[in-house]
Write a protein that binds this ligand. Sequence first.
Ligand code: PMP
Length: 308
Amino acid sequence: MYEMTYIYPKSFFDGEIIPFSNANVSIASSAVLYGLSVYTVLPITVNTAGKFGFRLDAHFERLINSCQIIGLDRFAKDWDFARFKNALTEVVKANDLQKTVFARITIHGTELVPGTRAKGIEIKLSIFLYDANPIIPQTGARVKTSVWRRIPDYCIPSRAKVNGAYVNSVLAKQDALDSGFDDCIFLDAEGHVCELSAANIFLVKGNTLHTPDRSSDILEGINRDTLIQLAKELSLEVVERKIDLTELYTAKEVFACGTSAFVAPITEIDGRHIGNGSYPITEKLKASHEKILTGTSEDFPQFQTRLD
Ligand code: PMP
């Protein structure tokens, strides 16, 4: 059953810290009318050394790129990395964080009834913090192929994290839940594997990881990139290419990754059990990824940005 997510009381909106309940955009804004916003979600780790944001620079760059793709040009004009980091630091300081949380950062098109355009329209940045709960089971997810195909790059590019495009993910996830599964696998129009409703996908064959390439209508996930770098550290080969659905059926291991999916083994696809029930490579990657996220790894210290 769906459980309510706890949202922390202080948010950042329109340049200041305000109560979360007052941080609202207008019903006449392009954000509401057309889904014209872009967003990202990243973990804020709380440990004895302090509070840290994970791969802040990569998240900022993806927001900049998403706005560039859809034409929300005011974001790059009004915001730079230092201002972005300050806003996040302020909201982290304003809330009493005792454990790791997720920060959802959105650039909303806030202009009122501007018509269907993006350039020059007013934007506002919001940040709220909420509990870092996984969106799929962490010990073996059961998934199905989605009846809904991934929106192709020539309609709404997946590499732009545009809120309106997430109706595609909602359709796919709801179809999976209605059918008794944890999530689904999106295929493109030709039947190649893209990703899950809100996570990237890898398969394991021998000592090699395979994942859909950047031209496979995927979101270029920051954890996907982290795992590619991590796999190389662990002497695993990584191949980015087109992948057929039936390759997943015969893989030794399949796993999903993302901020809210973490690294999650996928143990059943379309009624088929994957591999032989043992997931050594996924488990190794999951453990290393967790250490990197929480800043307890010797590797990748550059991925942590201090926020207090
Ligand atoms: N694909 C989609 C469609 C997503 O929504 C997400 C979650 N943001 C991901 C992949 C994983 O991206 P990341 O690793 O940056 O969280």
